[in-house]
Design a protein around this ligand. Sequence first.
Ligand SMILES: [Zn+2]
Length: 323
Amino acid sequence: MAFPVQRLRRLRSGEPIRRLVRETQLAPSQFILPLFVCPGEGVRREIGSMPGHAQLSIDNVVPECEECLALGLGGVILFGIPEHKDEMASGAYADDGITQRAVRAIKKAHPKLLVMTDVCNCEYTSHGHCGFIKDGDVDNDITLEWLAKTAVSHARAGADVVAPSDMMDGRVAAIRKGLDAAGFSNTPILSYAAKYSSVFYSPFRDAAESAPQFGDRRSYQMDPTNSREAMREIELDLEEGADMIMVKPALAYLDIIHEARRRFDVPIGAYHVSGEYSMVMAAVEKGWLDLERTMFEVLTSIRRAGADFILTYFSKIAADLLP
Ligand SMILES: [Zn+2]
């Protein structure tokens, strides 16, 4: 039976029927807002390439989190900008590091807000790479020790979820082992399992002050051409004990999200990254695109591809506009 019996337009005739048959839903609980925490007091340093976002000192992050809670967001993920950077990324795993202090302050004020922490070293190293440099490249196995220490220090501060983003081999196992040994066997790991070496991170590097001082991150982040390798990354992270996995970036990698959804029965997050946000905001500023419609179409595409939740700079605006 085809036309004229079949008429797909019947179910598109008005908003009530469209609403009923909608396959993909967006809800505030699916959004995680990335926050950049910096030292000082009363600091709100706008990030030029990311309109609406700023580096915030802890006293400003806490009220921001209150807003996130009121909007019903799924949670926040913290990136720390330390006072000092050094070759050993010591600020990353210091008990009084910027992220650790921020977590304590947030959890104290808003215990019900889900707080995730990004576990990496690039914001904390003087050279801006994600680990210990040996012979001009990041040394995998020494970096694992830093990552495990960092994750434990975040859990100790009260982080609900730790999210390693470094792309070292074996980091999930190292972190799981570290957490379990320190008594945090209930702290879940969200691994940035398939993280690509992407140009779309550029605005973030201004925000987190984490641009590499030499070279690039192609010896550890994934080559954008590879899809099968992403499935291997995910599989290995799950074997090592990841509870949830993430694909990053999102929009240029919808096929990866989709394939991961098809293969793995674990919660999947997608990081809709800074450049993907900035690109929309720039077009909106120029009057070329409508913010609300563009934002919802983009976020819907990420969910439709198979992501359960989205780390996005649109979290607050989207949650505010959702019915
Ligand atoms: Zn990093």
